[in-house]
Design a protein around this ligand. Structure first.
Ligand SMILES: Cc1cc2nc3c(=O)[nH]c(=O)nc-3n(C[C@H](O)[C@H](O)[C@H](O)COP(=O)(O)OP(=O)(O)OC[C@H]3O[C@@H](n4cnc5c(N)ncnc54)[C@H](O)[C@@H]3O)c2cc1C
Length: 385
């Protein structure tokens, strides 16, 4: 059996990002195998994220980007100024194609379209059994292992959403301004619900109904909410659906070890790259995979830095928000309204990216409903202890 230097188990966002960054360094000389059960030839998701311009190799393939966004909350509707940031929309298929073209020029990188059935650490390396073959790698980077999401002392929520890309029979959208969050939709049960609207032209936009809660809705409920929003808030009577997507993102503070053994490194959602309080993962995936590559190049090992105290504090804040939402300590839409109404959006973006100082974190936290968050942080701390 040929032993690969690196096997990337799962060629989605994390796997392909890692391969892309490897290919920009001396690691391009290593033998690299990418295994995915899917060919990744269809658009299967929409990534939205914020970023300062010209900082990413993927800037040239973003589908749309905007300098301002609209927010509808509790008695607060406003266009938000993003400062140095842009809000960006990248389509899954454009990312997969871009990375595949980049990797295609390297004969050391091989793709196989197989389903991984077993992955285990052995003294000789990470060992993989697929539906067709067996492979061994010095390091296996795994984004295929699902999270548990049922540990008692953890907060487990799901962010689930259904989106339609629609074409309306009349111009209704402002192509210069997406709606990042619209909380005017009916709030029900545990958690929070909102819509977002990504305009492509005055008649075409992606509309996503998003729910943070502890369980999924029935398929008919997502459709009913989308229809209602399009009719009542967007005032569109006739439209066609050109594309639809459905997704579930875990929002959890389940402890995740990046290493599942000496030769296996968990990456992506499996590696805890999703920000638990927001569900955003695109930018964090770029950061963490670049860090892995940097360490492979400099010290030969795929290590991530140890958690600092401030990082642990930020994780406690994530758990606190999950606690407040799961326990219905206050209305989720009031929390998000308070955050966006009382803080400059660039500071909030930096906070969500974990780029703020402790003092800035405290300033932001002083703007949310204090009693609910005091109870939330106490409970989150108790669970941790
Ligand atoms: C529809 C959708 C929209 C999202 N939108 C956003 C967004 O706007 N902004 C944001 O920041 N985050 C978003 N996310 C969250 C996150 O960015 C994505 O889920 C991201 O794709 C996670 O990267 P990943 O590599 O962990 O998983 P994936 O990209 O899903 O990659 C995992 C890969 O592993 C493969 N695989 C799984 N099991 C096996 C197996 N047994 N054998 C072989 N291959 C296997 C899959 O085919 C897949 O290609 C979204 C998620 C979804 C699902």
């Amino acid at each position: 059996m040929q032993k690969y230097d690196y096997i990337i188990a799962g060629g989605g966002l994390a796997g392909l990002s890692l391969a892309y960054y490897m290919n920009q360094t001396v690691l391009r000389e290593k033998s690299i195998l990418i295994i995915d059960q899917d060919t990744k030839t269809k658009n299967d998701r929409t990534w939205c994220f914020w970023e300062k311009d010209n900082q990413s190799p993927f800037d040239k393939i973003v589908h749309r980007k905007w300098q301002k966004v609209f927010f509808h909350g509790t008695n607060f509707s406003s266009s938000l100024n993003l400062g140095d940031y842009s809000y960006k929309w990248l389509r899954g298929i454009d990312f997969y194609d871009f990375v595949k073209v980049d990797l295609a020029g390297n004969p050391n990188i091989k793709f196989v379209n197989e389903r991984i059935e077993r992955l285990k650490d052995t003294p000789d390396g990470g060992f993989i059994i697929t539906d067709q073959n067996q492979y061994l790698g010095e390091y296996v980077f795994d984004s295929t292992k699902p999270l548990k999401l049922d540990l008692d002392d953890c907060h487990n929520m799901l962010q689930h959403f259904k989106g339609w890309e629609i074409v309306a029979d009349k111009p209704v959208f402002d192509p210069q301004c997406p709606t990042m969050m619209d909380y005017r939709v009916e709030q029900r049960g545990i958690g929070v619900r909102f819509m977002y609207v990504l305009p492509e032209s005055s008649t075409k936009a992606m509309i996503e109904y998003t729910v943070f809660s502890d369980s999924l809705l029935s398929p008919a409920e997502y459709d009913a909410e989308l229809h209602k929003y399009i009719r009542e808030f967007l005032k569109i009577e006739n439209f066609t659906i050109e594309y639809e997507e459905f997704g579930v993102i875990p929002m959890t503070d389940e402890p995740i070890s990046n290493h599942s053994g000496e030769h296996i490194v968990r990456i992506g959602t499996s590696g805890g790259y999703v920000k638990s309080s927001s569900g955003y993962a695109f930018q964090r995936t770029q950061r963490y995979t670049q860090e892995l590559v940097k360490n492979l190049v400099t010290v030969g090992k795929p290590t991530l830095p140890k958690k600092t105290l401030i990082k642990k504090f930020k994780e406690l804040l994530d758990s606190t928000l999950l606690n407040v939402l799961l326990k219905n300590r206050t209305s989720g839409k009031d929390v998000f309204t308070a955050l966006y109404k009382n803080n400059p959006t660039p500071r909030l973006f930096a906070f969500l990216d974990e780029d703020t100082t402790l003092l800035e974190d405290l300033k932001i936290m002083s703007t949310v409903p204090l009693w609910a968050f005091t109870k939330g942080i106490a409970d989150a701390l108790r669970k941790r202890i």
